[in-house]
Ligand binder design. Structure first.
Ligand code: HEC
Length: 105
């Protein structure tokens, strides 16, 4: 019973968040997600520290930072050299918001 209440509360919070920030993702959430899910292959911070098996996020921001559609399509489609991450729409928006928050050097 208690668990069910918690799940309902969490669902409400998610719905409220989604309604509040429709298309705009949350860059901070995207950053956290990128650190967790993408940093095994991509340098996701501006520190420059990390693996170089994939283009660093700073470079992706530079080449595709103004093209949400491209990044969305990339993340939605499977790529042989990158695992299919099955991000939700909100997670995709968050990651895109984070990419857009990086300086376009
Ligand atoms: C297991 C390794 C791996 C993980 C984890 C990974 N990627 Fe990648 N990613 C790659 C590789 C390798 C490429 C380059 C593929 C190519 O160019 O064909 C790539 C390319 C990309 C590109 C296209 C870059 C460009 O300019 O062509 C984007 C965008 C991207 N990754 C985003 C992400 C995001 C966001 C995450 C986390 C949610 C993530 N990746 C997690 C390996 C990974």
């Amino acid at each position: 019973m208690k668990a069910r209440m918690t799940i309902a509360a969490a669902a409400c919070a998610v719905l409220a968040g989604a309604a509040g920030a429709q298309a705009a993702g949350d860059a901070a959430a995207g950053h956290a997600l990128a650190r967790q899910w993408c940093s095994g292959c991509h340098v996701v911070d501006n520190s420059g520290q990390g693996p170089d098996t994939a283009p660093p996020f700073a470079a992706i921001a530079k080449s595709h930072g103004n093209d949400r559609g491209w990044v969305r399509a990339w993340l939605a489609a499977p790529h042989p050299s990158m695992p299919s991450l099955n991000l939700t729409r909100q997670q995709t928006d968050d990651v895109i918001a984070y990419l857009e928050s990086l300086p376009l050097r």
